[in-house]
Design a protein around this ligand. Structure first.
Ligand code: GCV
Length: 705
């Protein structure tokens, strides 16, 4: 009897364990391939790869893990007659070289088939590593490698993750647990997760990481921490990843004993030169510094009456002899400046165009305010022809519901990258600033503020792995397509089955717009709760600075709402090209998505849909709620395609999201309804509670601050 019971428990548990997938493997699942085509089955059987270095060992391991996962076999590493030849171009036998692979640069790769063999070639071991990951992805997706094959060359040079991780392991705006950097155990203990992190990044072509918060702590520059940073750099190096750290501008005073941090002071300059030399002794290929200065209480050159260029150049001179760079953030604004926050970075940086050293790249957020659910592109893009500018996207969802709200961000990134600035006439897209082609420079970059933490699945929501993935893909190629990125990610992470891929792709591609609908439609912005930014807070007002309040941005009153950024208002519009000034300044041509970003309008303003503004706003909120509810249904219907762990995890998050979409709708409509004085239009559900109820919701210890 007892034995029978135990047997049945065991039989019940085995499938449960087998179906346990905690998501740790990200998009590198390498799940079994059913009915593989002959070439797929054969390609990993006999592999030839020469060379004796850590990167080559990583490539071999990857091939083993993948082959084991796909086909339950291990590849044989051979010298003769391989099915897969992985070789540097200079090592390729002439019978196998191809002309198309000539211009691969230092990181590009070419995968092709010739004479029955599959070949991966590149000019460097990192090109081979990227090519290997790509081949494995193609195998998982069941694609064929043709004779011309795949030629890939990154369009952006510095593809960097920015971790806003503090030395105490909290993560500013991080919602997936603690920082994965265990500073206390470093340098002696190298956690497996560091290597898995590097591997995942390499699989996307990410080639840099800045491991500390931009709200920086000078201690990271002391020998105690440099030893630890060195250990991380050593772990990442074989994966082609350079390490950067954030430099606190006042470090010479805080840890150097100087009385000033003035960038024009010789002692200060020498301090940074010596410090930099010391860092390079620990990390010979150190990437350089990332700096946030003169922003939100951070020290900077303004403290000494100096410009951003003078501050950046001092650090640039220090790293220059070692080949390092400075990524200097343009997120500079002050509550003491009476101007619209939207305009401040542009006003500060444009006059400095051409004044930065050639190893400084200015890092600009995608929009001028701050990673709102939707923002028009930052007017700096295109406006500094003599200064390389890099993009900063936020992958972590500070303003997008944190970790429980599904928002696939590739469409948002794509919207910004493909937006025409019209700076040099039609066809001057933001992506051309980022890939350097608009102003003809090769010093290019993209940064993504990481959403990675100690959560077992890395990113909190399983679907937010897709945002890390999408960032990596767009950093490699800013002209990439969200649909293709979503489809590939689904296939690599879950399954190739069309019945799953199609609806999930649709759900992902709509998810960002859905969140915009129930949070901030029609150009409404910055109306979230104070400080932690979780949930609605259109009533936020007062406090230490007005540019951190909601009322500063929405300007709601009985007469209407919206921020007038036209000539009758702050005229932030004048920072864009004349083409866009005309398009966005005119109520007949501005896209609805930017309407209240640039215009203050009465509640009964007649929209081209036939609705008045108030009704249109209300319909958007309701639409967002409906879509969030629908996603729960879509997911439930697909249960049979997903392992139990990930199914349940995602389901509970989608349910939270649907509930919180209602919270947003009700709170915001009740609040603005006080001013519009109008009833909710038919089709919009009545709020469950009164405004006071929503204003009194207080979440304790929200992560990320
Ligand atoms: C790291 C926003 C965030 C801050 C962040 C800042 C920045 O203001 O709320 O947490 O600070 O952006 O990008 O520097």
């Amino acid at each position: 009897m007892i034995r029978a019971l135990l047997t049945s428990i065991a039989l019940f548990c085995i499938p449960m364990l087998l179906s346990a997938n905690d998501g740790y493997k990200l998009w590198l699942q390498y799940y079994p391939i059913e009915n593989p085509q002959a070439w797929q089955e054969n390609v990993l059987k006999q592999v030839s790869i020469d060379g004796n270095n850590e990167t080559i060992t990583i490539i071999k391991n990857e091939l083993e893990v993948a082959s084991q996962g796909f086909f339950s076999t291990k590849p044989l590493f051979v010298k003769e007659n391989p099915s897969l030849l992985i070789a540097l171009r200079e090592q390729l036998p002439s019978s196998l070289s191809q002309s198309a692979s000539k211009d691969l640069g230092t990181e590009g790769y070419h995968i092709y088939s010739k004479n029955g063999q599959t070949v991966i070639t590149a000019n460097s071991k990192f090109g081979l590593l990227y090519g290997t990951f790509r081949l494995l992805q193609e195998i998982q997706k069941q694609e064929i490698i043709s004779e011309t094959g795949i030629v890939e060359i990154p369009k952006v040079k510095h593809r960097v993750l920015n971790h806003w991780d503090n030395l105490n392991r909290t993560v500013e705006r991080g919602y997936s647990g603690f920082s994965i950097w265990n500073w206390h155990r470093l340098p002696r203990h190298i956690d497996q997760q560091y290597l898995d992190y590097a591997r995942a990044n390499a699989s996307l072509g990410i080639n840099g990481t800045s491991v500390t918060n931009v709200n920086a702590n000078a201690l990271v520059l002391t020998p105690y921490y440099l030893e630890k940073v060195q250990a991380l750099a050593d772990a990442f190096r074989p994966y082609g990843i350079k390490l950067y750290i954030t430099a606190r501008f006042s470090s010479p005073m805080e840890i150097g004993g100087l009385e000033t941090a003035d960038p024009l002071n010789k002692e200060v300059q020498d301090w940074w030169k010596d410090k930099t030399k010391e860092i390079y002794e620990y990390i010979p290929d150190f990437g350089g510094f990332l700096v946030k200065a003169d922003s939100e209480g951070q020290p900077g050159p303004h403290n000494y009456g100096r410009t951003q260029a003078e501050g950046a150049n001092m650090l640039a001179d220090a790293v220059k002899p070692f080949g390092g760079i400075v990524m200097w953030r343009a997120f500079v604004y002050s509550e003491k400046t009476p101007d619209d926050r939207h305009k401040q970075a542009y006003n500060e940086f444009v006059p400095l165009d051409g004044k930065f050293r050639d190893n400084v790249i200015v890092q600009v957020k995608n929009g001028a305010i701050d990673f709102q659910p939707r923002e028009p592109f930052h007017p700096l893009f295109g406006a500094m022809p003599k200064t390389p500018l890099m993009m900063e996207f936020q992958i972590t969802q500070e303003y997008l519901g944190h970790d429980t709200h599904l928002a696939f961000l590739a469409p948002m990134y794509e919207e910004v990258l493909k937006q025409d600035t019209y700076i040099n006439g039609k066809g001057s897209e933001v992506a051309k600033v980022i890939d350097g082609s608009l102003h003809d420079y090769s010093f290019t970059g993209m940064a993504g503020v990481a959403n990675i933490g100690t959560d077992r699945n890395w990113t909190g929501h399983h679907f937010h792995q897709a945002n890390w993935y999408a960032y990596g893909k767009l950093a490699w190629n800013p002209w990439g397509n969200s649909g293709e990125i979503a489809e590939d990610w689904i296939k690599l992470t879950f399954t190739n089955q069309k019945e799953f891929v199609d609806p999930i792709k649709k759900m992902m591609l709509n998810s960002h717009e859905m969140v915009v609908n129930y949070m901030t439609p029609l150009g409404i912005h910055h109306i979230m709760a104070r400080s932690h930014h979780y949930g609605p807070g259109p009533w936020v007002t007062g406090g230490e600075r007005s540019d951190w309040t909601s009322t500063y941005y929405h300007n709601a009153s009985e007469s209407g709402m919206g921020f007038d950024r036209t000539q009758t208002g702050s005229n932030a519009l004048e920072q864009y090209s004349t083409q866009l000034q005309e398009e966005w300044g005119d109520l007949n041509s501005i896209p609805n998505k930017y309407l209240l970003w640039f215009h203050h309008l009465p509640w009964d303003y007649q929209m081209n849909s036939g609705n008045i503004l108030w009704d249109e706003i209300a319909f958007h909120y309701q639409k967002g709620v409906n879509e969030a509810r629908e996603n729960v249904k879509i997911w439930k219907d697909l249960q049979k395609h997903v392992d139990r762990f990930r199914f349940e995890h995602v389901l509970s998050f989608l349910e939270i999201q649907a509930e919180e979409a209602e919270w947003w709708r009700d709170a915001v409509l009740l609040y603005f309804g006080q001013y519009s004085g109008l009833p909710l239009p038919e089709g919009v559900e009545a709020p469950k509670h009164d405004l006071e109820y929503y204003m009194n919701i207080e979440h304790k210890f929200v992560p990320g601050i």
